[in-house]
Design a protein around this ligand. Structure first.
Ligand code: SF4
Ligand code: SF4
Ligand code: FES
Length: 287
């Protein structure tokens, strides 16, 4: 089909029946977002290559027999895309029902808020396949609760060549036994993990979470509505990574980094991510 735009860098597509002009190197997801059309995602992340794992982002493209993952498929001139057709909605509902059947999504509000919209029936399937895992608490920095893991690949990609290049974790097992694992399933302290926490930062379900958050939740004292976020600069070295200090009362409860920063892309090292406990101790001493 011929290009319908004068600008060589742009093409025209039909998005839910509306003709729009977009950059020709965009994915369908990016083109939709730029035109205020929301498409839900789980495994997509701005700074990671699409893993095509969750399939929640699928859309209907005229001429394509199967539904198309919008996070990885690029737009083409004249493409006719439906982002909310009955077939797309049925597919998303089925995926969400499978996840609700298999995983503990209690700490994944962005996924759970989709349930009403897609008419999800969380009791549609019986639950013998629900993943039941002991929470792995192996240090004071972060915990792993794989009953919440939706196998999105984000942590593995963030630990591997797409960010940290440490390769401490990978997928092991097949089918229902598939899970994220260290080499030979050794504990994190014995693994290659350098505790950058970049895996924690990208996890969409809280399967990986700060030990501080885990302890506060355990004590029924995790209060996001009372928390403030203060952006500052890490003082450990001259790189100057931006830190977002999440505080509850006079305690730091976790540290993130802005994803829109073009140097760090949300990543940190162990010092910036976890090296703040001394501040809490000083605050306690001052009380
Ligand atoms: S903390 Fe860093 S090194 Fe350790 S598993 Fe996560 S991403 Fe890999
Ligand atoms: S632990 Fe989190 S980031 Fe890693 S695969 Fe599971 S859900 Fe995704
Ligand atoms: S967001 Fe596209 S496949 Fe997961």
């Amino acid at each position: 089909m011929s290009d319908m735009s004068d600008d060589a860098t742009k093409i025209s597509i039909f998005l839910n029946g509306n003709k729009v002009t977009v950059q020709k190197d965009l994915t369908i997801l990016e083109a939709s977002s730029k035109n205020m059309v929301d498409i839900p995602t789980i495994c997509w992340s701005e700074h990671l290559e699409p893993a095509n794992a969750c399939r929640l982002c699928v859309v209907e493209v005229e001429g394509s027999k199967t539904l198309v993952p919008s996070c990885s498929r690029r737009v083409e001139s004249g493409m006719n895309i439906l982002t909310e057709s009955p077939r797309v909605r049925a597919s998303r509902r089925m995926i969400l029902e499978f996840l609700a059947t298999t995983n503990d999504l209690s700490q994944a509000p962005e996924i759970v808020t989709l349930f009403d919209d897609y008419g999800v029936d969380i009791d549609r399937y019986e639950r013998p396949t629900r993943i039941s895992e002991e929470v792995r608490i192996q240090d004071e920095l972060y915990i792993r609760d794989y009953s919440k893991c939706v196998l999105c690949y984000k942590c593995v990609d963030a630990c591997g060549e797409q960010a940290q290049n440490t390769f401490a974790i990978a997928f092991s097992g097949r089918g229902f036994d598939t899970q994220v694992s260290t080499e030979f399933d050794v504990g994190l302290p014995e693994s290659n993990c350098v505790y950058c926490g970049n895996c924690v930062a990208v996890c969409p379900t809280n399967a990986l979470q700060f030990k501080t958050e885990f302890d506060l939740r355990d004590a029924s004292n995790w209060r996001p509505e009372d928390q403030t976020v203060t952006t500052t600069v890490c003082s450990y070295c001259g790189v100057g990574c931006n830190l977002e200090l999440h505080t509850q009362g006079d305690q730091i409860v976790k540290v993130t980094s802005p994803t829109e920063h073009d140097v760090t892309n949300g990543n940190l090292c162990i010092k910036g991510r976890f090296g703040w406990e001394y501040v809490n101790l000083v605050m306690k001493d001052d009380r």
